[in-house]
Design a protein around this ligand. Structure first.
Ligand code: NAG
Ligand code: NAG
Length: 569
């Protein structure tokens, strides 16, 4: 995953505080309460997702090469508590267990990614292919197919082979296009007889901005105002080349579909009556989603993006824009290279116009001339960036429909985290989040948006990039302190299963029943936790209970002390 993160959270907070003072602004004007009961179209595909580096572990086993994430996490100070994905969920060794979870959920599809360096250790096909890696993915795919679960396979979920970064500058170098195409071609050859849904890239926005602009992600480069644009340019070319390869060489034989997965927030104008704000909000979505979707569907970067980056580059005195351009040949080559659009979505922002003069620094973020805000009343269940704003999902989906000609959509990521200290399996906020977001998706389908499937993010708690293990997105809880990495169902598993088996929300009485039953199941799953690895449970209990008791004692002493002092006065 993860996710468009606001560059300067402080900025957001400050703005929130400022805006709170403006009394004429109605934060609640966008509360859309009504819940829609009904079912999804027949054949709607329900699934869950994961990615290789976040779950597989086995980072140096069976001939796997290093990825930029192996290198990045092994440097100190890059990731929360210096954590790594070295072993993570040990998914590499637990295919059977995890297929069991998928069967229990009764999902129609499972989205996972292939680790490029696991099957091509240097990233270059002519160097060598690692048969053990091929074997692992064959085994996974065969088990899925045998269980009647459709694999949706992502080719690139951020783990570039380290050699390509070191020797060729990674995505900054146009040569990645051919290396990636060779790799994709091998995947079609080896797995395409069984895999019918391919996703070239997951969240290229994050690859470009967090990897090469802010440096929060691997490879950790801070090339403000230039790196992200260049990288995105090459990724778009790589995507379209691989689509053409599939279309020319494999589609006849294999009959699959190939798309890309774009992750985007929704941006809502702070003041809907102010044209500057509505333009800024639209610009926000164009800079995030349109940056990739517009070339792929309409042949070029969004007009507004070119206008802003070109103007800022000129103000800087640059001879040419920091935003690269496509030749007309390239435009027609890139246009239409998507059989379906994968959409990742987690949260929304309010947007207002804000000028950033170029003498205050150059960056992708300041190029947009806008500020992002959050409503203090939005629930923020776990991650500091992830506020639950279900109605934003419907708006984003409608934006896709109108801007890109109503394409076939698969929601490839949607979900919510909790912070590590909430170890309970009673994830009511996740139930609420999934219920409301899935309902808004249903409304979007009623609006005519062509959504074909939904992927809850994610199957398991896993390595959450720069946040390490401190944020948990799983439907299943993973005990990372236990070497065996046991998985336990959270309450949301029961609830999601009901949505899947009913293909939607049949009626109020039933949905309320599910809610009650899922949270009832909390106590049973806790019993399971107590009954099975007892020691682990004891550890967990002491970890929660001891600090809580200590805190309470201190609080009580303080109150007592105050009381005594007062009496003495
Ligand atoms: C991470 O590594 C750095 C550098 O060695 C060290 O200063 C820091 O204390 C480490 N953090 C944790 C939580 O271990
Ligand atoms: C880009 O890659 C090519 C071939 O892979 C290599 O010859 C060239 O040196 C690379 N350029 C940079 C700037 O690393």
């Amino acid at each position: 995953m993860l996710q468009p993160r606001v560059l300067s959270l402080c900025h957001v907070l400050v703005l929130v505080l400022c805006l709170c003072k403006a009394e004429d602004f109605q934060w609640t004007k966008n509360k859309h309460g009504s819940f829609y009961y009904g079912t999804f179209p027949a054949g709607f595909s329900w699934g869950v997702g994961s990615s290789a580096y976040q779950t597989e572990g086995a980072w140096d086993k069976d001939g796997k090469g290093l990825s930029i994430w192996d290198t990045f996490t092994h440097k100190k100070g890059k990731v929360h508590r210096n954590e790594t994905g070295d072993s993570s969920c040990e998914g590499y060794y637990k295919v059977k267990d995890d297929i069991g979870l998928l069967k229990d959920l009764k999902v129609n599809h499972y989205r996972f990614s292939i680790s490029w360096p696991r099957i091509m250790p240097t990233g270059i096909k002519s160097d060598y292919v690692n048969e053990k890696g091929i074997e692992y993915y064959n085994d996974l795919i065969n088990s899925l197919v045998a269980s009647k679960i459709t694999p949706i396979v992502t080719l690139y979920h951020w783990d570039l082979p380290q050699v390509l970064q070191e020797k060729h500058d990674g995505w900054q170098n146009i040569s990645m296009v051919n290396y990636f195409s060779d790799y994709a071609n091998l995947c079609f050859e080896k797995f395409g007889d069984r895999v019918k849904y391919w996703v070239t890239f997951d969240n290229p926005w994050s690859i470009a901005v967090e990897g090469y602009e802010t440096g929060e992600h691997a490879p950790g480069l801070k090339l403000k105002g230039t790196g992200a644009y260049k990288v995105a340019h090459h990724i778009i070319k790589a995507h379209s080349k691989v689509w053409h390869t599939y279309d020319n060489q494999w589609r006849n034989k294999q009959n699959g579909l190939i798309g890309i997965s774009l992750t985007s927030n929704w941006g809502e104008p702070v003041d809907i009556t102010n044209q500057k704000d509505t333009e800024a909000a639209e610009r926000y979505v164009h800079f995030e989603l349109g940056w990739f979707a517009n070339p792929i569907y309409n042949g070029d970067y969004p007009r507004v993006m070119k206008e802003y980056v070109d103007r800022k580059s000129a103000e800087q005195g640059l001879g040419k824009s920091r935003l690269p351009t496509f030749s007309s040949q390239e435009k027609s080559y890139i246009r239409g290279t998507c059989d379906f659009l994968g959409i990742g979505h987690f949260t929304s922002r309010y947007i207002t116009q804000k000028n950033f003069p170029i003498n205050r620094g150059i960056s992708y973020h300041t190029d947009r001339d806008l500020a992002e805000l959050v409503d203090p009343y939005w629930p923020d269940p776990g991650s500091e960036w992830l506020y639950a704003v279900p109605w934003g999902f419907r708006r984003l989906l409608n934006f896709v429909k109108t801007q890109y000609g109503n394409p076939r959509i698969y929601v490839t990521e949607n979900g919510v985290s909790e912070k590590q200290h909430c170890v309970e399996l009673c994830d009511e906020w996740r139930i609420q989040y999934l219920k409301d977001y899935i309902n808004e998706m249903m409304k979007a389908i009623k609006d005519g948006v062509n959504v074909k499937g939904y992927t809850a993010w994610s199957l398991l708690d896993k390595f959450e990039w720069d946040e390490g293990y401190s944020e948990r997105f799983g439907l299943y809880y993973v005990d990372f302190r236990n070497k065996n990495k046991p998985r336990y169902p959270k309450a949301s598993v029961q609830f999601y299963k009901k949505i899947i088996s009913s293909n939607g929300f049949p009626n109020q009485r039933e949905v309320e029943n599910w809610h009650r039953k899922s949270t009832e199941a909390c106590s049973t799953t806790n019993q399971l936790l107590a009954a099975d690895p007892l020691i682990t449970h004891m550890e967990m209990v002491t970890e929660i209970v001891v600090p809580t008791v200590c805190t309470l004692c201190i609080l009580l002493s303080a109150i007592l002390l105050m009381f005594l002092l007062r009496r003495q006065n």
